[in-house]
Design a protein. Structure first.
Length: 454
Protein backbone atom coordinates (compact mmCIF):
# COMPACT_ATOMS: atom_id res chain seq x y z
CA UNK A 1 0.00 0.00 0.00
CA UNK A 2 3.04 2.26 0.13
CA UNK A 3 2.68 2.96 -3.58
CA UNK A 4 -0.93 4.02 -3.02
CA UNK A 5 0.04 6.48 -0.27
CA UNK A 6 2.78 7.92 -2.49
CA UNK A 7 0.38 8.28 -5.41
CA UNK A 8 -2.19 10.06 -3.21
CA UNK A 9 0.47 12.40 -1.87
CA UNK A 10 1.69 13.10 -5.40
CA UNK A 11 -1.83 13.83 -6.66
CA UNK A 12 -2.52 16.15 -3.72
CA UNK A 13 0.68 18.07 -4.44
CA UNK A 14 -0.25 18.40 -8.13
CA UNK A 15 -3.72 19.63 -7.13
CA UNK A 16 -2.27 22.14 -4.67
CA UNK A 17 0.16 23.37 -7.34
CA UNK A 18 -2.69 23.83 -9.82
CA UNK A 19 -4.71 25.75 -7.24
CA UNK A 20 -1.78 28.07 -6.47
CA UNK A 21 -1.19 28.55 -10.21
CA UNK A 22 -4.87 29.40 -10.73
CA UNK A 23 -4.90 31.83 -7.77
CA UNK A 24 -1.74 33.60 -8.98
CA UNK A 25 -2.99 33.87 -12.58
CA UNK A 26 -6.38 35.10 -11.37
CA UNK A 27 -4.73 37.75 -9.21
CA UNK A 28 -2.61 38.76 -12.21
CA UNK A 29 -5.72 39.15 -14.36
CA UNK A 30 -7.44 41.25 -11.66
CA UNK A 31 -4.32 43.37 -11.18
CA UNK A 32 -3.58 44.08 -14.84
CA UNK A 33 -7.19 44.69 -15.91
CA UNK A 34 -7.61 47.13 -13.00
CA UNK A 35 -4.77 49.41 -14.16
CA UNK A 36 -5.85 52.78 -15.55
CA UNK A 37 -4.58 52.88 -19.13
CA UNK A 38 -4.61 55.23 -22.11
CA UNK A 39 -5.78 58.79 -22.49
CA UNK A 40 -8.84 60.22 -20.81
CA UNK A 41 -10.41 63.61 -21.25
CA UNK A 42 -10.89 65.74 -18.11
CA UNK A 43 -13.64 64.63 -15.75
CA UNK A 44 -15.04 66.35 -12.69
CA UNK A 45 -15.06 64.76 -9.25
CA UNK A 46 -16.20 65.64 -5.77
CA UNK A 47 -17.79 69.03 -6.32
CA UNK A 48 -18.38 71.11 -3.22
CA UNK A 49 -19.23 74.75 -2.54
CA UNK A 50 -15.63 75.94 -2.92
CA UNK A 51 -14.02 73.63 -5.48
CA UNK A 52 -13.73 70.40 -7.43
CA UNK A 53 -11.17 67.77 -8.35
CA UNK A 54 -10.23 67.57 -12.01
CA UNK A 55 -8.94 64.23 -13.28
CA UNK A 56 -7.56 63.24 -16.68
CA UNK A 57 -5.08 60.74 -18.13
CA UNK A 58 -2.17 60.94 -20.54
CA UNK A 59 -0.03 58.18 -22.08
CA UNK A 60 3.25 59.66 -20.84
CA UNK A 61 4.16 61.07 -17.46
CA UNK A 62 4.01 64.85 -17.34
CA UNK A 63 3.11 67.67 -14.97
CA UNK A 64 -0.47 68.77 -15.53
CA UNK A 65 -2.02 72.13 -14.90
CA UNK A 66 -5.49 73.63 -15.06
CA UNK A 67 -6.38 77.12 -16.20
CA UNK A 68 -9.69 78.34 -14.86
CA UNK A 69 -11.97 81.35 -15.03
CA UNK A 70 -15.55 82.59 -14.89
CA UNK A 71 -15.51 83.39 -18.62
CA UNK A 72 -14.37 80.97 -21.36
CA UNK A 73 -12.08 83.66 -22.84
CA UNK A 74 -10.49 84.55 -19.52
CA UNK A 75 -8.95 81.51 -17.81
CA UNK A 76 -6.75 83.46 -15.44
CA UNK A 77 -6.43 81.16 -12.42
CA UNK A 78 -3.77 78.45 -12.65
CA UNK A 79 -3.48 75.27 -10.59
CA UNK A 80 -0.57 72.86 -11.18
CA UNK A 81 0.39 69.39 -10.02
CA UNK A 82 3.46 69.08 -7.80
CA UNK A 83 4.89 66.05 -9.66
CA UNK A 84 4.74 64.27 -13.00
CA UNK A 85 2.11 61.59 -13.50
CA UNK A 86 0.03 59.78 -16.11
CA UNK A 87 -3.03 59.94 -13.87
CA UNK A 88 -3.58 63.64 -13.42
CA UNK A 89 -5.45 64.93 -10.45
CA UNK A 90 -5.73 68.62 -9.65
CA UNK A 91 -7.60 69.67 -6.55
CA UNK A 92 -9.08 73.12 -6.99
CA UNK A 93 -10.24 75.17 -4.00
CA UNK A 94 -11.00 78.73 -3.03
CA UNK A 95 -13.84 79.12 -5.55
CA UNK A 96 -17.17 80.90 -5.12
CA UNK A 97 -20.25 78.78 -4.34
CA UNK A 98 -22.90 78.09 -6.98
CA UNK A 99 -20.72 79.63 -9.69
CA UNK A 100 -19.89 78.40 -13.20
CA UNK A 101 -16.20 78.08 -14.08
CA UNK A 102 -14.66 77.33 -17.48
CA UNK A 103 -11.37 75.44 -17.74
CA UNK A 104 -8.61 74.02 -19.89
CA UNK A 105 -5.98 71.43 -18.95
CA UNK A 106 -2.48 71.09 -20.32
CA UNK A 107 0.71 69.23 -19.50
CA UNK A 108 4.44 69.73 -19.84
CA UNK A 109 4.60 67.43 -22.90
CA UNK A 110 2.30 69.73 -24.85
CA UNK A 111 -1.01 67.90 -24.32
CA UNK A 112 -4.12 70.05 -24.11
CA UNK A 113 -7.84 69.62 -23.60
CA UNK A 114 -10.74 71.90 -22.84
CA UNK A 115 -10.73 75.62 -23.30
CA UNK A 116 -14.03 75.61 -25.17
CA UNK A 117 -17.44 76.56 -23.77
CA UNK A 118 -18.46 72.97 -23.14
CA UNK A 119 -15.65 72.52 -20.59
CA UNK A 120 -17.19 74.03 -17.51
CA UNK A 121 -18.53 73.03 -14.12
CA UNK A 122 -20.55 74.67 -11.41
CA UNK A 123 -19.62 74.68 -7.73
CA UNK A 124 -22.29 73.51 -5.29
CA UNK A 125 -24.56 75.94 -3.49
CA UNK A 126 -23.81 76.38 0.22
CA UNK A 127 -25.13 73.47 2.28
CA UNK A 128 -28.57 74.01 3.75
CA UNK A 129 -29.44 76.86 1.38
CA UNK A 130 -32.46 75.79 -0.67
CA UNK A 131 -32.24 76.25 -4.39
CA UNK A 132 -33.84 74.39 -7.31
CA UNK A 133 -31.93 71.13 -7.71
CA UNK A 134 -32.02 68.75 -10.66
CA UNK A 135 -30.67 65.25 -10.14
CA UNK A 136 -30.04 62.67 -12.84
CA UNK A 137 -29.99 59.05 -11.70
CA UNK A 138 -28.77 56.14 -13.82
CA UNK A 139 -28.65 52.56 -12.61
CA UNK A 140 -26.71 49.59 -13.95
CA UNK A 141 -25.32 51.54 -16.88
CA UNK A 142 -22.54 49.02 -17.49
CA UNK A 143 -23.55 47.74 -20.93
CA UNK A 144 -22.46 50.10 -23.73
CA UNK A 145 -24.71 50.23 -26.78
CA UNK A 146 -27.92 51.66 -28.22
CA UNK A 147 -30.02 51.27 -25.05
CA UNK A 148 -27.52 53.20 -22.95
CA UNK A 149 -27.09 55.96 -25.53
CA UNK A 150 -30.88 56.08 -25.97
CA UNK A 151 -31.33 56.54 -22.22
CA UNK A 152 -28.59 59.20 -22.15
CA UNK A 153 -30.00 61.13 -25.13
CA UNK A 154 -33.58 60.88 -23.84
CA UNK A 155 -32.54 62.38 -20.51
CA UNK A 156 -30.58 65.11 -22.30
CA UNK A 157 -33.50 65.89 -24.61
CA UNK A 158 -35.91 66.17 -21.68
CA UNK A 159 -33.69 68.45 -19.58
CA UNK A 160 -32.89 70.60 -22.63
CA UNK A 161 -36.61 70.98 -23.32
CA UNK A 162 -37.31 71.82 -19.68
CA UNK A 163 -34.55 74.28 -18.75
CA UNK A 164 -34.46 76.11 -15.45
CA UNK A 165 -33.56 79.76 -15.90
CA UNK A 166 -30.12 80.48 -14.50
CA UNK A 167 -29.27 76.88 -13.60
CA UNK A 168 -27.37 74.11 -15.43
CA UNK A 169 -29.12 71.19 -17.13
CA UNK A 170 -28.03 68.80 -14.34
CA UNK A 171 -26.83 69.73 -10.86
CA UNK A 172 -26.18 66.28 -9.39
CA UNK A 173 -25.44 63.01 -11.23
CA UNK A 174 -25.91 59.75 -9.34
CA UNK A 175 -25.00 56.20 -10.31
CA UNK A 176 -26.82 53.31 -8.64
CA UNK A 177 -23.82 51.03 -9.27
CA UNK A 178 -22.72 48.42 -11.83
CA UNK A 179 -21.09 51.00 -14.07
CA UNK A 180 -19.06 48.55 -16.17
CA UNK A 181 -20.14 45.05 -17.22
CA UNK A 182 -19.14 42.39 -16.89
CA UNK A 183 -16.28 42.76 -14.48
CA UNK A 184 -15.60 46.46 -13.86
CA UNK A 185 -12.29 46.41 -15.78
CA UNK A 186 -10.58 49.59 -16.90
CA UNK A 187 -11.43 48.78 -20.53
CA UNK A 188 -15.10 48.19 -19.67
CA UNK A 189 -15.26 51.50 -17.73
CA UNK A 190 -13.79 53.18 -20.80
CA UNK A 191 -16.56 51.90 -23.06
CA UNK A 192 -19.61 52.18 -20.81
CA UNK A 193 -18.67 55.39 -18.99
CA UNK A 194 -15.93 57.49 -20.61
CA UNK A 195 -16.78 56.81 -24.27
CA UNK A 196 -20.52 57.11 -23.61
CA UNK A 197 -20.72 60.19 -21.37
CA UNK A 198 -17.87 62.56 -22.39
CA UNK A 199 -20.14 65.62 -22.40
CA UNK A 200 -21.54 64.92 -18.94
CA UNK A 201 -18.26 63.86 -17.31
CA UNK A 202 -16.49 67.09 -18.20
CA UNK A 203 -19.00 69.30 -16.39
CA UNK A 204 -20.85 67.32 -13.67
CA UNK A 205 -19.35 65.17 -10.93
CA UNK A 206 -20.57 61.58 -10.92
CA UNK A 207 -21.45 60.28 -7.44
CA UNK A 208 -21.54 56.45 -7.56
CA UNK A 209 -22.37 53.61 -5.18
CA UNK A 210 -20.52 50.30 -5.34
CA UNK A 211 -22.25 47.53 -7.32
CA UNK A 212 -21.46 43.83 -7.41
CA UNK A 213 -19.95 44.08 -10.91
CA UNK A 214 -17.84 47.11 -9.91
CA UNK A 215 -16.42 44.96 -7.12
CA UNK A 216 -14.85 42.39 -9.49
CA UNK A 217 -11.84 44.62 -10.14
CA UNK A 218 -10.06 47.49 -8.37
CA UNK A 219 -10.74 50.04 -11.11
CA UNK A 220 -13.73 51.70 -9.39
CA UNK A 221 -11.77 53.15 -6.48
CA UNK A 222 -8.91 54.18 -8.76
CA UNK A 223 -11.19 56.16 -11.05
CA UNK A 224 -13.26 58.01 -8.46
CA UNK A 225 -12.42 60.48 -5.72
CA UNK A 226 -15.15 60.15 -3.13
CA UNK A 227 -15.53 62.30 -0.01
CA UNK A 228 -14.39 60.03 2.80
CA UNK A 229 -13.41 63.06 4.93
CA UNK A 230 -16.74 64.85 4.64
CA UNK A 231 -15.31 67.15 1.96
CA UNK A 232 -18.75 67.83 0.51
CA UNK A 233 -20.73 67.87 3.77
CA UNK A 234 -21.90 65.17 6.14
CA UNK A 235 -19.97 63.20 8.73
CA UNK A 236 -16.61 61.80 7.49
CA UNK A 237 -16.95 58.07 6.81
CA UNK A 238 -13.20 57.38 6.62
CA UNK A 239 -13.75 55.22 3.53
CA UNK A 240 -14.72 55.67 -0.11
CA UNK A 241 -17.03 52.64 0.15
CA UNK A 242 -19.76 54.83 1.68
CA UNK A 243 -20.08 58.57 2.20
CA UNK A 244 -22.53 61.43 2.33
CA UNK A 245 -22.70 64.86 0.75
CA UNK A 246 -24.88 67.95 0.63
CA UNK A 247 -26.26 69.85 -2.29
CA UNK A 248 -28.29 72.89 -1.20
CA UNK A 249 -31.21 71.59 0.86
CA UNK A 250 -30.59 67.94 -0.03
CA UNK A 251 -28.49 65.47 1.96
CA UNK A 252 -27.40 62.35 0.08
CA UNK A 253 -26.25 59.18 1.85
CA UNK A 254 -24.42 56.81 -0.49
CA UNK A 255 -24.15 53.33 1.00
CA UNK A 256 -22.20 50.21 0.11
CA UNK A 257 -24.56 47.23 0.00
CA UNK A 258 -21.96 45.05 -1.74
CA UNK A 259 -18.79 44.84 0.34
CA UNK A 260 -19.42 46.60 3.67
CA UNK A 261 -21.18 44.97 6.61
CA UNK A 262 -24.48 46.63 7.54
CA UNK A 263 -25.55 45.05 10.86
CA UNK A 264 -26.07 47.47 13.77
CA UNK A 265 -22.57 46.82 15.12
CA UNK A 266 -20.91 47.47 11.74
CA UNK A 267 -18.81 50.53 10.91
CA UNK A 268 -21.16 51.61 8.11
CA UNK A 269 -24.26 51.40 10.31
CA UNK A 270 -22.57 53.31 13.13
CA UNK A 271 -21.32 56.00 10.76
CA UNK A 272 -24.76 56.30 9.14
CA UNK A 273 -26.40 56.72 12.55
CA UNK A 274 -23.99 59.56 13.39
CA UNK A 275 -24.43 61.17 9.97
CA UNK A 276 -28.24 61.07 10.11
CA UNK A 277 -28.30 62.45 13.64
CA UNK A 278 -26.34 65.48 12.49
CA UNK A 279 -28.28 66.04 9.28
CA UNK A 280 -30.57 69.08 9.26
CA UNK A 281 -31.28 69.21 5.50
CA UNK A 282 -34.86 69.50 4.35
CA UNK A 283 -34.56 66.53 1.99
CA UNK A 284 -32.90 63.17 2.58
CA UNK A 285 -32.11 60.77 -0.27
CA UNK A 286 -30.47 57.38 0.33
CA UNK A 287 -28.75 55.43 -2.44
CA UNK A 288 -27.45 51.85 -2.54
CA UNK A 289 -27.12 49.23 -5.24
CA UNK A 290 -29.20 46.31 -3.85
CA UNK A 291 -32.84 47.44 -3.52
CA UNK A 292 -34.77 46.38 -0.41
CA UNK A 293 -37.93 45.62 -2.41
CA UNK A 294 -37.80 44.08 -5.86
CA UNK A 295 -39.45 41.35 -7.90
CA UNK A 296 -37.40 42.05 -10.97
CA UNK A 297 -34.37 40.22 -12.26
CA UNK A 298 -33.48 39.96 -8.57
CA UNK A 299 -35.90 38.94 -5.84
CA UNK A 300 -35.76 40.62 -2.43
CA UNK A 301 -37.44 37.59 -0.81
CA UNK A 302 -34.62 35.19 -1.63
CA UNK A 303 -31.86 34.73 0.92
CA UNK A 304 -29.27 33.38 -1.50
CA UNK A 305 -26.54 34.86 -3.71
CA UNK A 306 -26.61 38.59 -4.38
CA UNK A 307 -30.21 38.76 -3.09
CA UNK A 308 -28.93 38.37 0.47
CA UNK A 309 -27.71 41.98 0.40
CA UNK A 310 -31.25 43.13 -0.48
CA UNK A 311 -32.66 41.39 2.60
CA UNK A 312 -29.87 42.63 4.88
CA UNK A 313 -30.20 46.26 3.79
CA UNK A 314 -33.97 46.05 4.31
CA UNK A 315 -33.72 44.55 7.77
CA UNK A 316 -30.77 46.55 9.09
CA UNK A 317 -30.58 49.86 7.28
CA UNK A 318 -34.20 50.75 6.49
CA UNK A 319 -35.27 51.21 10.14
CA UNK A 320 -32.38 53.63 10.60
CA UNK A 321 -33.18 55.60 7.43
CA UNK A 322 -36.92 55.73 8.12
CA UNK A 323 -36.27 56.80 11.72
CA UNK A 324 -34.33 59.73 10.29
CA UNK A 325 -37.22 60.73 8.00
CA UNK A 326 -35.75 59.57 4.67
CA UNK A 327 -37.78 60.78 1.66
CA UNK A 328 -36.48 58.71 -1.23
CA UNK A 329 -34.48 55.46 -1.41
CA UNK A 330 -32.90 54.59 -4.77
CA UNK A 331 -31.49 51.24 -5.89
CA UNK A 332 -30.54 49.34 -9.03
CA UNK A 333 -29.38 45.73 -9.46
CA UNK A 334 -32.75 44.60 -10.86
CA UNK A 335 -32.78 45.61 -14.51
CA UNK A 336 -36.20 47.21 -14.73
CA UNK A 337 -38.23 49.99 -13.11
CA UNK A 338 -40.21 49.60 -9.89
CA UNK A 339 -41.69 52.34 -7.67
CA UNK A 340 -43.37 52.01 -4.31
CA UNK A 341 -46.20 53.72 -2.47
CA UNK A 342 -45.22 56.16 0.27
CA UNK A 343 -44.19 53.38 2.67
CA UNK A 344 -43.01 52.84 6.19
CA UNK A 345 -41.85 50.02 8.43
CA UNK A 346 -41.93 47.07 6.05
CA UNK A 347 -38.92 44.93 6.85
CA UNK A 348 -40.19 41.45 6.01
CA UNK A 349 -40.51 39.63 2.69
CA UNK A 350 -43.22 40.43 0.17
CA UNK A 351 -45.73 37.91 1.55
CA UNK A 352 -45.87 39.85 4.83
CA UNK A 353 -46.59 43.19 3.17
CA UNK A 354 -49.89 44.70 4.28
CA UNK A 355 -51.84 47.85 3.44
CA UNK A 356 -51.11 49.10 6.97
CA UNK A 357 -47.56 49.83 5.76
CA UNK A 358 -48.80 52.32 3.17
CA UNK A 359 -48.61 55.88 4.50
CA UNK A 360 -50.17 57.21 1.30
CA UNK A 361 -51.24 55.57 -1.95
CA UNK A 362 -50.71 58.80 -3.89
CA UNK A 363 -54.27 58.65 -5.30
CA UNK A 364 -53.36 58.38 -9.00
CA UNK A 365 -50.73 55.67 -9.32
CA UNK A 366 -49.10 56.88 -12.53
CA UNK A 367 -48.99 60.49 -11.39
CA UNK A 368 -48.80 59.95 -7.66
CA UNK A 369 -48.96 62.83 -5.21
CA UNK A 370 -47.54 62.04 -1.81
CA UNK A 371 -47.64 64.46 1.12
CA UNK A 372 -45.35 64.60 4.14
CA UNK A 373 -45.06 67.03 7.07
CA UNK A 374 -42.85 70.05 6.48
CA UNK A 375 -40.70 69.41 9.53
CA UNK A 376 -38.43 66.37 9.36
CA UNK A 377 -40.51 63.64 10.97
CA UNK A 378 -39.41 60.05 11.65
CA UNK A 379 -41.49 57.39 9.91
CA UNK A 380 -43.51 59.82 7.80
CA UNK A 381 -43.04 57.59 4.72
CA UNK A 382 -40.49 57.14 1.95
CA UNK A 383 -40.73 56.24 -1.73
CA UNK A 384 -38.55 53.34 -2.91
CA UNK A 385 -37.43 53.24 -6.52
CA UNK A 386 -35.57 50.53 -8.43
CA UNK A 387 -34.07 51.99 -11.60
CA UNK A 388 -31.49 49.46 -12.76
CA UNK A 389 -32.34 49.66 -16.46
CA UNK A 390 -30.07 52.36 -17.92
CA UNK A 391 -28.35 49.85 -20.20
CA UNK A 392 -30.45 46.69 -20.28
CA UNK A 393 -33.83 45.25 -19.34
CA UNK A 394 -34.13 41.73 -17.98
CA UNK A 395 -37.11 39.55 -17.19
CA UNK A 396 -38.87 39.26 -13.86
CA UNK A 397 -42.40 38.94 -12.44
CA UNK A 398 -42.41 42.65 -11.34
CA UNK A 399 -45.22 41.96 -8.88
CA UNK A 400 -43.90 43.13 -5.53
CA UNK A 401 -46.97 44.30 -3.56
CA UNK A 402 -45.06 47.34 -2.26
CA UNK A 403 -44.53 48.52 -5.83
CA UNK A 404 -47.75 49.75 -7.52
CA UNK A 405 -45.76 50.78 -10.60
CA UNK A 406 -43.44 48.24 -12.22
CA UNK A 407 -42.37 48.02 -15.83
CA UNK A 408 -39.89 46.29 -18.10
CA UNK A 409 -38.53 49.54 -19.54
CA UNK A 410 -35.06 50.95 -20.06
CA UNK A 411 -34.62 54.41 -18.62
CA UNK A 412 -33.27 56.76 -15.99
CA UNK A 413 -34.65 59.21 -13.42
CA UNK A 414 -34.72 62.97 -13.46
CA UNK A 415 -35.55 64.38 -10.03
CA UNK A 416 -36.42 68.03 -9.54
CA UNK A 417 -36.47 69.51 -6.06
CA UNK A 418 -37.84 72.97 -5.67
CA UNK A 419 -38.75 74.35 -2.25
CA UNK A 420 -41.16 71.97 -0.55
CA UNK A 421 -41.70 69.72 -3.57
CA UNK A 422 -39.76 66.83 -5.07
CA UNK A 423 -40.79 65.54 -8.51
CA UNK A 424 -39.38 62.33 -9.96
CA UNK A 425 -39.78 61.30 -13.57
CA UNK A 426 -38.76 57.98 -15.10
CA UNK A 427 -37.77 58.70 -18.71
CA UNK A 428 -37.34 55.72 -21.01
CA UNK A 429 -34.90 55.30 -23.92
CA UNK A 430 -37.44 56.79 -26.36
CA UNK A 431 -37.74 60.08 -24.44
CA UNK A 432 -41.14 59.17 -22.96
CA UNK A 433 -41.96 59.96 -19.33
CA UNK A 434 -43.31 56.59 -18.19
CA UNK A 435 -43.85 57.37 -14.50
CA UNK A 436 -44.00 60.45 -12.33
CA UNK A 437 -44.58 61.16 -8.67
CA UNK A 438 -44.29 64.13 -6.36
CA UNK A 439 -43.56 64.39 -2.65
CA UNK A 440 -44.81 67.65 -1.17
CA UNK A 441 -43.98 68.79 2.34
CA UNK A 442 -46.86 70.68 3.96
CA UNK A 443 -46.76 72.64 7.18
CA UNK A 444 -48.97 71.07 9.83
CA UNK A 445 -49.77 67.99 7.74
CA UNK A 446 -50.66 64.77 9.53
CA UNK A 447 -51.45 61.58 7.67
CA UNK A 448 -53.88 58.94 8.84
CA UNK A 449 -50.99 56.48 9.11
CA UNK A 450 -51.14 54.55 12.35
CA UNK A 451 -47.37 54.10 12.72
CA UNK A 452 -45.08 51.11 12.89
CA UNK A 453 -47.10 48.99 15.29
CA UNK A 454 -48.64 45.93 13.56
FE1 LIG B 1 -25.94 44.38 -9.64
Amino acid sequence: MIWFKRLTKYLLMVLLGLLVLYAVSRLGVVYFTSQLEGERDPYIQMTNASGVILRWQTREESIGSVRLGEHPQQLDQIFSEPAASRLHQVKIGGLKPDTTYYYAVSDTLGGQAGGTESYHFRTSPPAGVPRPTRIWVMGDSGEPGPILTGVRDSMQQWVDQHPRAGYPDIDVWLSLGDLAYRSGTDEQFQKSLFDTFPEQLRRVALWPVYGNHDARRWTYFRLFDLPEQGEAGGVPSGTEHYYSFDYGAVHFVMLDSEASANAPDSDMYQWLARDLLKNKSQWLIAVFHHPPYSKGSHDSDIRRGSNVAMVAMRENILPLLEGAGVDLVLGGHSHMYERSWLLDCHYGDSTTFGKNRIVSDGVNHLNAEYIKPLQNTPHAGAVYVVAGSASKVDQGPINHPAMPVSMLEAGSLVIDIEGNQLTTRFINDRAEVKDMFTITKQDGYTSGYAGCAP
